[in-house]
Design a protein around this ligand. Structure first.
Ligand code: PRP
Ligand code: URA
Length: 209
């Protein structure tokens, strides 16, 4: 097992992954299961946040609590990554959100860039890149390349389903990146889909069949 890969073994993640994989699950239940898994992944990732002490007053007296000591930036890879945003924001409401638009060419499987918008300075931020599917790893590796060029230093990638091929590619190209996932599947098929997988995450999230 890859040292940089955290695979959730939470019972609720296993239950919700089964809902996602089921071809009879409709868009509404698909989205809500993505959101619940994202909550749990967000909680796991947040264990690495730096905290700073903060003085506050309760209704009774002064005391000291904690605040997150750095900006947190969520960056979904369009489109399917958008489905994970609300689950992360629920747990990390202070997070900013950037967007990266990448689409795999269906024939070459090479990701083609079509949109980029992130906060201007992400050099001190804790950046969480979101995409439900780590298939060949091309999209994730390309997105990490870009964010590093923009100055990101503390960067993690979170997905729902990882294929061994994508995990290897992302870890080989970016050994410094931690990867958080809900499932590690068997392999890719000859069209670059993950097996057993859950199908096309973008289409299932947005109902674009
Ligand atoms: C899917 C998925 C990832 C990418 C994974 O997006 O959401 O971004 O494929 O594949 P890779 O690891 O082989 O690069 P897709 O290109 O289908 O676009 P969409 O989200 O707009 O449907
Ligand atoms: N993208 C998807 O949406 N599903 C896969 O199985 C692979 C890439």
């Amino acid at each position: 097992m890859n040292n940089n890969f955290f695979l959730s073994d939470h019972p609720l993640v296993k239950r919700d992954m089964t809902i996602l994989r089921d071809k009879n699950t409709g868009t509404e239940y698909f989205r809500s299961a993505v959101k619940r898994i994202s909550n749990i992944l967000a909680v796991e990732i947040a264990k690495s946040f730096n905290l700073k002490k903060a003085d506050i007053e309760t209704p009774l007296e002064k005391t000291t609590g904690y605040k997150i000591d750095q900006e947190v930036v969520l960056i979904p890879i369009l489109r399917a990554g958008l489905g994970m945003v609300s689950g992360f924001i629920e747990v990390i409401p202070e997070a900013k959100v950037g967007h990266i638009g990448l689409q795999r060419d269906e024939n070459t499987l090479i990701p083609v860039e079509y949109y980029y918008k992130t906060p201007k300075d992400i050099s001190d931020a804790f950046v969480i890149l979101l995409d439900p599917m780590l298939a060949t790893g091309g999209s994730a590796s390309e997105a990490v390349n870009y964010l590093k060029k923009k100055g990101a230093k503390q960067l993690v990638f979170s997905c729902l389903v990882a294929a061994p091929e994508g995990l290897k590619k992302l870890s080989d190209t970016h050994p410094d990146i931690k990867i958080f996932g809900a499932a590690l599947d068997r392999q890719l098929n000859d069209k670059g889909y993950i097996l057993p997988g859950l199908g096309d995450a973008g289409d299932r999230t947005f109902g674009t069949f």
